[in-house]
Write a protein that binds this ligand. Structure first.
Ligand SMILES: [Zn+2]
Length: 277
């Protein structure tokens, strides 16, 4: 099993031993991704040459996962493990190598939610391609073809998304968990606060009072929340501030009709545009 770290800046495969035997090389590569977004992007590159499973489920908060035996079995059977890095999927490292998992502010190494930015998908899929091609060099050309086709579809969709969100450039948006920053910034929106006081740390009453005042003052109309977020608190804040809560798909597959990377971004862009209207 080989570990492939997809992290944009440090695009390298790390450690691990290869267990693709000659007999298996002609079969599909068995790949495990830590989160559904990386599963979707790996499928875009690997096409029919890979079989990809995700350790985190779509509706789960990836920060909250634990290294369960069922996950360890999945990883043990895999030819490659695709990792996000930046501490988002430390538990997947635990699964792979039995290290320890610290708790607290869940973004100690910086905001790890870069898969939400479709503008970074070219880099992420390039890193996935390099990782897969190291394991199955005979398939490099096919991986490259798949990736180019995916990027062409993505570019076309990007045009539509930019158009849809164009009228809301500069609009301030509040989020529940600080995971939408890459997505909002890509489309020219401004993250103007969060329900969580710090990433992974629930809000104090005084934080919420300040947030409501800020939202009223700045006329902030939308709070973006994940399906796993504390909807009750988010809705209460939205109501007090005269805003609305928009539940967006925090990862590929988290809501109906978001089963591929492009469908997923598409759904989030449309729902956000609707909420901002
Ligand atoms: Zn996070």
């Amino acid at each position: 099993m080989r570990r492939i770290l997809v992290l944009m800046l440090a695009a390298t495969a790390v450690g691990g031993t290869l267990n693709v035997s000659g007999a298996r090389a002609a079969d599909k590569l068995r790949v495990v991704a830590s989160i559904p977004d990386l599963k979707a992007l790996t499928e875009a590159v690997g096409g029919t040459l890979v079989e990809v499973d995700s350790l985190a489920r779509s509706t789960q908060n990836a920060h909250d996962l634990e290294a369960r035996p069922s996950l360890m079995i999945k990883v043990r059977r895999a030819d490659a493990l695709i990792l996000n890095g930046l501490d988002l999927d430390d538990w997947a490292d635990v699964v792979a190598q039995g290290a320890n998992n610290p708790k607290g502010d869940v973004h100690p190494a910086g905001n790890p939610h870069y898969t939400l930015d479709p503008g970074l998908a070219a880099q992420v899929t390039q890193n996935i391609l390099e990782g897969l091609a190291r394991i199955a060099p005979q398939n490099r050309a096919a991986f490259e073809r798949n990736r180019q086709q995916f990027l062409a579809r993505l570019e076309e969709a990007m045009g539509r998304w930019n158009k849809l969100l164009e009228p809301y450039k500069g609009a301030p948006v509040v989020v529940n968990h600080n995971m939408w920053l890459y997505f909002l910034t890509r489309f020219g929106l401004v993250q103007a606060g969060s329900i969580e006081e710090r990433p992974g740390i629930p809000p104090t009453p005084s934080h919420l009072v300040k947030l409501v005042n800020h939202m009223k003052q700045e006329r902030i109309k939308v709070i973006v929340v994940e399906p796993w977020g504390d909807l009750k608190t988010v809705q209460r804040v939205a109501q007090e501030a005269g805003a609305q809560a928009a539940v967006l798909a925090s990862s590929v597959g988290a809501l109906k009709g978001t089963d591929t990377y492009i469908n997923w971004v598409d759904s989030n862009v449309k729902m956000l545009a609707q909420a901002l209207r």
